[in-house]
Design a binder for this molecule. Structure first.
Ligand code: AMP
Ligand code: MN
Ligand code: MN
Length: 331
């Protein structure tokens, strides 16, 4: 693990010394962000420690994560202490990813940033950043171990959810023997893995499936960039009665196009901007491209938001891919 020992110790001391900690994660939290934040919160609460767990507006949990234990303990972001003695955030690569909690972060006496994005800007007083880690949940588990806070079934379920989602069910590049050892430890702590799998991967509404059919029907391949893309507009959501938070899994279907290294899904936001999800099978550093367009992410999974229309956005991505290929495969 590439995190210096003194940083772990500084984080442990900061958390152990805090009267009241605020725990959070990035906006529109995914399984890793929510799972890590809820896990630390429950572990502290189990030992009688005062802590608040929250995330930014829009303060809604995506349907696939509504089974997570501890959602009832979330504090709305406008009730988060403005000047806590400690703020711990998970899975956020930069300060702006905290959304409406940026002020609470800046108002805290001490801050700890726990994350695995290569693009992390190290915006905390203490930074536990390991880009080789497949999930922030892995770093959260190590933090709990060092704090001497034991796992229980609910904590393990939160951490397992982060692990299974960020590794793409243990298949992405960062998955290692240690990943499986942690999964085994969490299952042994009582995680009902099939319940997690069912909730996260096996439960879609029929409207979502029909929206997927439309989106896949509109796939466009751009062979010169080894890229495939589609879009989901607000009108598509309305036509099928689907919320944008339900469409997180669409990119995982699109990326299976065997002829393309890069996959892109463009999602229209209520303000008319487009959120772009990028994935690569290994030939293209999409994190670099997303960072260049004002977003961020990992080498092979990244995103950004743009005011350009979809055609212009894809043209810009195609240009970036053909100019930034790390292997001839991407051409
Ligand atoms: P997504 O495509 O939304 O699943 O995101 C893939 C990865 O890119 C995640 O690790 C996100 O944290 C990151 N990411 C997505 N959108 C942004 C953004 N606008 N700014 C920074 N990072 C992002
Ligand atoms: Mn995340
Ligand atoms: Mn993550």
């Amino acid at each position: 693990m590439s995190i210096p020992e003194q940083d772990w110790q500084a984080a442990v001391t900061a958390i152990a010394d805090a009267e009241q900690a605020v725990i959070s994660c990035h906006v529109h939290p995914d399984g890793d962000a929510l799972g890590s934040a809820l896990a630390l919160h429950r572990a502290l609460a189990n030992t009688g420690r005062k802590a608040v767990v929250s995330f930014s507006e829009p303060f809604t949990v995506a349907p696939h994560y509504r089974f997570l234990p501890g959602l009832d303990r979330l504090t709305p972001p406008d009730q988060v202490p403005a000047a806590a003695d400690l703020f711990v955030c998970f899975d956020a690569g930069s300060l702006d990813r905290l959304g409406s909690l940026v002020d609470a972060f800046e108002g805290a006496a001490r801050t700890v940033v726990v994350d695995h994005h290569a693009s992390n800007t190290r915006f905390g007083d203490i930074n536990l950043i390991d880009p080789a880690s497949p999930a922030s949940a892995v770093l959260c588990r190590e933090l709990l171990r060092r704090l001497g806070l034991p796992l229980d079934r609910d904590i393990a379920t939160c951490l397992y959810t982060g692990l299974v989602t960020d590794t793409g069910r243990f298949q992405y590049q960062a998955t290692s023997p240690d990943t499986h050892r942690l999964a085994a430890e969490l299952l042994a702590a009582g995680v009902e893995q099939y319940e997690v799998a069912k909730a996260v991967f096996e439960t879609n509404r029929i409207g979502y499936l029909r929206l997927v059919a439309d989106a896949l029907g509109q796939l466009v391949q751009v062979p010169e960039a080894s890229l495939v893309w589609t879009r989901v507009g607000l009108a598509d959501l309305a036509a099928h009665g689907v919320d944008m938070e339900e469409t997180e899994g669409l990119i995982d279907l699109v990326r299976t196009d065997g002829a393309s290294d890069v996959a892109a899904v463009l999602k229209e936001q209520p303000d008319g901007t487009w959120k772009v999800s990028l994935r690569s099978k290994g030939a293209t550093d999409v994190g670099r491209i997303a960072t260049r367009f004002g977003g961020g992410g990992h080498k092979f999974a990244a995103g950004f938001t743009t005011e350009l229309d979809p055609e212009a956005t894809v043209a810009a991505v195609v240009e970036a891919v053909t100019g930034h290929a790390t292997s001839p495969l991407a051409r």
